[in-house]
Design a protein around this ligand. Structure first.
Ligand SMILES: Cc1ncc(COP(=O)(O)O)c(C=O)c1O
Length: 453
């Protein structure tokens, strides 16, 4: 390949200068693998960015995209429509928990977060509760990079440079507690009582009648796989119910089989009022996000507005884009036809055992897992947070032919649901090889702190 000019691209959530000094370039992908520009096969241990759940370049999805692009490349969804978007909404509603059957489409997780927050705020206004304007998120929550998302999100690095975002926001503690729950297999035993703080401290401080919504990732992925302790989400649901607070699950990474069920809501048996999804919705072959809403919330908007009026002043040029809609329809069908969620559920014990086989290796201080998600937390190099995990990432890529993801000093794994047992062995084996050999000298001296997604 002729020398690539990398100067003009400003890369997202990337150490640009470090990357450009030795680019890591993928040129094609199929199933569980990427191919690099130097012809190497790279096992995808992260489903891209938690998104290619059905494996890369799935022929049915690719074909649906091609066909749609040839037939109807674009049609507006403001005061107009096209069949595929209604079909996609119907298919998504069918997959969602009962009663959650109204769908608002957008283009990615960040837009879905902002859309859900706007629905929550507007819902209370429409119902005549103008005081309910406060949104509650959690520390280390990641809800994308829109101004709404960074406000309810809990990552300092994503917020500090942007000044005041949404004013009326507060945050709960995250439930990671390595001291009590280290090496938990599945859900941690300890920490459900942290949910009580929502009622005992935050609601006591603000008054429940001022809280519009609680937004949480059922499993916090991007900031290093933080699992909800047993009973924690159930308690949160009960508190929201008690005080009329909307509960929003951000399922951008947990949606579409990551835990072996369509949504984490199904896995936990906790039904929120809204589900935010994106990524796996189209198998990431083309961008799309959505908010799945309880029917009565949607109906409240419909009945409050005068006949002929626009009920909710929100939307995007590409909401329900025909090509994305076709991709979503094809993807949801692939998940069902190939029973990929059951496949993930069936593999989760093997995945868990493989993950925990790394216990005792140098620098490993915690391993936590659920479904096909695993976090491996490493001891940081003193004074160089995140450098150790980033070094493992680089060595996995260059020396082991495996793509992993790191955030801070945590390795986060989330392979496509089509992974097989030999590939699970390869993935954890590669990390083990690197950890065993890791010396005091790291490949790069520093790396970005928490780099989400
Ligand atoms: C839980 C969660 N919410 C929102 C987002 C943002 O999604 P996007 O990058 O598509 O805007 C992400 C991305 O990783 C996520 O993990």
């Amino acid at each position: 390949m002729a020398t690539l000019n990398t100067d003009h691209l400003w890369m997202p959530f990337t150490a640009n200068r470090q990357f450009k000094s030795k680019p890591r370039l993928m040129v094609s992908a199929k199933g569980m693998h990427f191919q690099t520009d130097d012809g190497r096969q790279i096992l995808d241990g992260t489903a891209g960015l938690w998104c290619v759940n059905a494996g890369h370049c799935h022929p049915k999805i690719t074909e649906a995209i091609n066909e749609q692009a040839r037939t109807l490349d674009y049609a507006p969804l403001f005061q107009m429509g096209h069949p595929k978007v209604f079909e996609a909404a119907t298919a998504l509603a069918k997959m969602a928990p009962e009663g959650m059957n109204r769908v608002f489409f957008c283009n990615d997780g960040s837009e879905a977060v902002d859309s859900a927050l706007k629905i929550a705020l507007s819902y209370h206004q429409v119902r005549g509760n103008p005081l309910r304007t406060r949104l509650v998120g959690r520390e280390r929550g990641y809800h994308g990079v829109g101004f709404g998302g960074i406000a309810v999100g809990g990552i300092a690095g994503n917020r500090k440079q942007f000044g005041p975002t949404l004013a009326n926001v507060d945050h709960l503690r995250h439930p990671l507690d390595i001291a009590r729950n280290a090496y938990s297999r599945g859900l941690p035993e300890h920490g459900a009582e942290m949910a009580d703080e929502f009622e005992q401290r935050m609601l006591a401080l603000h008054d429940p009648s001022t809280i519009a919504a609680l937004i949480i990732e059922p499993l916090q992925g991007s900031t290093g796989v933080i699992l909800p302790p047993k009973g924690y989400l159930q308690k949160m649901r009960a508190i929201c119910d008690k005080y009329g607070i909307l509960m929003i699950f951000d399922e951008v990474i947990t949606g579409f089989g990551r835990l072996g069920t369509p949504f984490a809501a199904d896995y936990f048996g906790v039904v929120p009022d809204m589900i935010i999804c994106a990524k796996g919705l189209t198998n990431a072959a083309i961008p799309m996000g959505a908010v799945i809403v309880r029917q009565d919330i949607h109906d409240t908007f419909m009945s409050a507005a005068p006949e002929g009026a626009i009920e909710f002043a929100h939307g995007y040029t590409y909401s329900g884009h025909p090509v994305a809609s076709a991709a979503a329809l094809a993807t949801l069908k692939v998940y069902q036809d190939e029973q990929l969620f059951d496949r993930a559920a069936g593999l989760s014990q093997y995945f868990e055992d493989a993950a925990h086989s790394l216990k005792g290796l140098p620098y490993v201080k915690d391993i936590r897992n659920l479904g096909l998600v695993c976090g491996i937390e490493l001891d940081s190099v003193p004074g160089k947070p995140s450098a150790r995990a980033f070094d493992v990432f680089l060595k996995c890529f260059w020396e082991q032919g495996v793509l992993i993801r790191t955030t801070g000093d945590i390795i986060a794994l989330s392979p496509p649901l089509i992974i097989d047992k030999a590939q699970i062995d390869q993935l954890f084996g590669a990390i083990a090889n690197v950890l065993k050999k890791q010396s005091a000298t790291l490949a790069v001296e520093s790396s970005p702190a928490m780099s989400p997604s």
